[in-house]
Ligand binder design. Structure first.
Ligand SMILES: [Zn+2]
Length: 239
């Protein structure tokens, strides 16, 4: 009897492992599915008008303005942990894979803009007074980060001239033009045209946390009024 119980126990354990593995596989691939649509989008963006979110406008009831035109092809936490977890939204312009310096990027919320001296393609905005989502932020200061605003070789910045390297704490209103989408990846190999946008936590000393760690970021969805629909597309939640 004891032996039978033992075998039964092992069978249950094996079942849990198999089912868990399958669930993980489905989960990971759901996320990959969205990323796989990016090529379709670039091939024929006009074929997918319902994937498009308009930059400079607000999804119904959202506290933050949508920061650029396009399809959210990579969402927050997309990827396969622990190897890779995406820390924000990648918004792919309908202008085309390499159509640099055309698609505007806007400040999502009033705040104070900083561009570090070494930043070719990125700016970050401090939002000390963000209290629209107290259940998420506890009313604490947050930051929004915007990057890939440079040419494929990194030589030409597409950030507005108002924000040269070394800019610190310059006040900008929501909707201020920050620059344009580019293809600079930070490496010699360019990336497909998009804006990487993230919502970043504040460190104990009041600075911005390391945006490359997902634990230092918030899911941008509630800030932008976005939700994942049944078809896996991230778009404005119904008003
Ligand atoms: Zn990204």
């Amino acid at each position: 009897m004891r032996k039978v119980l033992k075998i039964f126990g092992w069978l249950v354990l094996a079942g849990v492992v198999v089912l868990g593995g399958f669930a993980l596989y489905v989960y990971a691939n759901r996320r990959v599915d969205r990323i796989m649509l990016i090529d379709d989008w670039f091939d024929e963006p006009e074929a997918y008008p319902d994937w498009f979110v308009m930059g400079g406008e607000y999804c119904p009831g959202a506290p933050m303005m949508f920061p650029s035109d396009g399809f959210i092809g990579v969402g927050w936490n997309d990827g396969t942990p622990p190897m890779y977890q995406h820390t924000g939204y990648d918004i792919f312009s309908p202008a085309g894979y390499e159509a640099d310096n055309i698609t505007p990027i806007y400040a999502a919320y009033d705040g104070y803009l900083t561009r570090e001296g070494g930043w070719r393609s990125a700016v970050i905005i401090r939002h000390p007074d963000f209290d629209d989502l107290p259940e998420i932020t506890n009313g604490e200061q947050i930051w929004t980060y915007y990057t890939h605003m440079a040419s494929a070789d990194g030589e030409t910045s597409y950030i507005e001239l108002d924000f040269p390297r070394g800019t610190r704490e310059k006040f900008v209103e929501a909707g201020t033009l920050l620059g344009y989408q580019g293809t600079w990846s930070g490496r010699p190999t360019p990336i497909a045209l998009h804006l990487h946008f993230s919502v970043v936590e504040t460190t104990a000393s009041g600075g911005y946390a390391d945006e490359t760690q997902i634990s230092n970021t918030y899911d941008p969805a509630p800030f932008l009024g976005i939700e994942e629909w049944d078809d896996g597309i991230l778009r404005c939640r119904p008003g």
